[in-house]
Design a protein around this ligand. Structure first.
Ligand SMILES: *[C@@H]1O[C@H](CO)[C@@H](O)[C@H](O)[C@H]1NC(C)=O
Ligand SMILES: [Ca+2]
Ligand SMILES: [Zn+2]
Length: 602
């Protein structure tokens, strides 16, 4: 048995190795750790590669090969350690820099090949005061000599500089910048390119790159981007409430949806919470939040123990609201809420529809408390979101810091614009207004999902400081937890209450689609998948322009069925009908009387 296992293990290992070499050169799951797509301009992207790094820490520390010798420098100790640990010759390991900190010495090393250093194969070793190695990070690579480019360049340095300037639309400032150097660059196919390393800057565009230009072909192999990009300290859109934690998000803008980012309309560029899709302010539109440091850094920590009206908390609120409204712009754009479909943008970049109608987001609006609202005039006039403070607690709480409230409000803009052709006139009846409230809750429910589970969903628990939130029941697949069904509408005459019925039905439609087709973790940025949550939001958006002005539950349902026919050839017809019918909205439902019939064949 034991022998068999060993043979089996080595066969398995060989298969794994073979796969690694011949198929995907890196595990897809580690791509975020090794790759990054750098967008040089809207029509030029480059994927940069950093070999996978391993990292080990050793608590009190472990010996290095020179431990027994006295008076060994940390540099020599680190070289010997890396050499033994990685199994390479000493001449392949080269010290780049080192320093002695208070608790450890740090040595930074580069791999060398043919005497030429690698730009992206590095290691770092920390040695503590007891001369023990306490940490080791390593991205050294194994490049067979036949996969390494020849060590002598075949193009001239001037040509490499010209290529870098052309690709990156900037200038090599010869007076100021270091002389171009030659380094190997490890590529993700296991080869090594020989590159000239050239800095290129463009002050007008605010760019500063280090270009790696292939010293044989002149191609741009990679870039280092020295400019750190926009960052926002916010509650990420998949989180709902403060206690789930603020995070710093870098470059969250989606340039497919917002080609000039969130702070430019193509003509005017700002460094505040104002841009092409939205402006977030308090009191007047001149009271926005400015970047906390250059490069569009918005780092304003919220302090929940102080009143929301302190300067720091107002800034946190404007930044979070700005981030959420822009993110919703970018998400819904992927699913069809575009310029020509009457969305909210100042500049429509010649893509149809009317512009000059970005969302005006008034945080801590003084005209109300314990609520929020969204006004949707016709296409070409700005949507107006007003976020109020909630005075049920002390300190008071800010609706702009509970993402489901912002998501709910913003969705009113989506549904009012997409129903009836951008007039803002078509969700006016009580039943249609109720559907409007339901879509708004359903979008907040959808956008927060991070996996295929469909837990009960509660809205507004932070602002009310009540785990039950602001609705009468959690949205649920359990008819015990949430007994609302189509016939419940008969008893109701307030739009939010009616909305709860629709949102609960859509919660069940969502659950059925995810159960059937699984879940995409990238649904917020990629609408091309076939997963259930992607399908759900496509049908959600597609159904809006299909339905009549002032729809009813039954006409809204029919629009979903039709949307599925249009986009998926009716592949989900029975899933949809069964979900609708499970809450009384079957084929013969009418006049708020339940029916659980599904079409023949379902
Ligand atoms: C620098 O960027 C500006 C604005 O994007 C552009 O017009 C200009 O051509 C760039 N300069 C160079 C040298 O490419
Ligand atoms: Ca518009
Ligand atoms: Zn509402």
């Amino acid at each position: 048995m034991f022998a068999f296992k060993r043979i089996f293990a080595s066969v398995l290992l060989a298969v794994l190795c073979a796969t690694t070499v011949t198929a995907v050169p890196y595990p897809a799951s580690s791509k975020f750790a090794t790759h990054r797509t750098r967008e040089i301009s809207p029509d030029f992207k480059i994927e940069v590669y950093h070999p996978e790094s391993t990292y080990e820490t050793f608590a009190e520390g472990i010996d290095h090969p020179l431990s027994k010798r006295s008076d060994v420098s940390i540099e020599d100790a680190a070289v010997a350690f890396v050499q033994s640990r990685v199994g390479i010759d000493a001449d392949a390991v080269h010290v780049r820099s080192s320093f002695e900190g208070e608790t450890a010495g740090h040595v930074y090393l580069k791999q060398k090949l043919n005497g030429i250093p690698f730009a992206n194969a590095v290691a770092n070793v920390a040695v503590n005061k007891d001369n023990k190695v306490v940490a080791f990070g390593n991205s050294f690579v194994k490049v067979p000599s036949k996969k390494a480019a020849p060590a002598t360049p075949s193009i001239k340095v001037e040509d490499a500089v010209a290529a870098a300037e052309k690709h990156l639309k900037g200038t090599f400032e010869s007076e100021e910048f270091p002389e171009p150097t030659i380094e190997y660059f490890a590529k993700d196919d296991g080869s090594a390119a020989l590159t000239y390393v050239v800095q290129v800057r463009n002050d007008t565009a605010g760019t500063w790159y280090e270009a790696f230009v292939d010293a044989h072909s002149g191609d741009l192999v990679s870039v280092t981007d020295f400019v750190s990009k926009a960052s926002y300290l916010v509650l990420p859109i998949f989180k709902e409430i403060l206690t789930q934690g603020f995070q710093t998000l870098v470059d969250p803008q989606d340039t497919t949806s917002s080609p000039d980012g969130w702070h430019s309309d193509g003509t005017t560029t700002t460094t505040t919470t104002a841009g092409n899709n939205a402006i977030a302010y308090k009191g007047s539109q001149s009271s926005t939040t400015s970047q906390s440091s250059s490069g569009l850094v918005f780092n304003y920590p919220n302090n929940p123990n102080q009143q929301p009206t302190t300067t720091a908390n107002v800034n946190a609120a404007r930044v979070n609201a700005f981030y959420i409204v822009n993110t919703i712009h970018d998400i819904t754009y992927h699913y069809g809420f575009t310029e020509s479909a009457f969305n909210f943008q100042n500049n429509n970049f010649g893509k149809g529809g009317k512009g000059n109608d970005r969302v005006l987001v008034s945080v801590q609006d003084s005209s109300g408390t314990d609520n929020a609202d969204f006004t949707t005039p016709p296409d070409g006039q700005s949507g107006q979101m007003r976020m109020f403070l909630w005075d049920l607690t002390n300190p008071e709480r800010d609706g702009a810091l509970e993402n489901d409230i912002i998501s709910h409000e913003n969705t009113h803009g989506l549904t009012n614009r997409l129903t009836g052709g951008g007039t803002g006139r078509c969700l006016q009846t009580t039943e249609a207004g109720g559907l409007g409230e339901g879509w708004s809750d359903a979008f907040a429910d959808w956008v927060e999902k991070t996996d295929a589970t469909v837990p009960d969903y509660v809205l507004g628990q932070y602002v009310t400081d009540d785990p039950a939130g602001i609705r009468t029941h959690p949205y649920s697949t359990s008819a015990t937890v949430n007994p609302l069904r189509y016939s419940s509408v008969k008893q109701l005459n307030e739009v939010h209450n009616i909305g709860e019925v629709w949102a609960n039905i859509l919660h069940n439609v969502y659950a059925a689609l995810v159960q059937a087709h699984g879940f995409s973790t990238t649904a917020r940025t990629d609408a091309t998948g076939s997963e259930g949550n992607v399908v759900f939001f496509h049908l959600f958006v597609d159904a809006l322009p299909l339905q009549p002005c002032n729809p009813t539950f039954t006409s809204a349902r029919d629009a979903w069925i039709q949307a599925d026919q249009n986009r998926y050839n009716g592949a989900n017809k029975c899933i949809l009908w069964n979900a609708f019918a499970s809450r009384g909205l079957g084929v013969n439902a009418a006049n708020h009387n339940d029916d659980s019939t599904v079409p023949a064949g379902c």
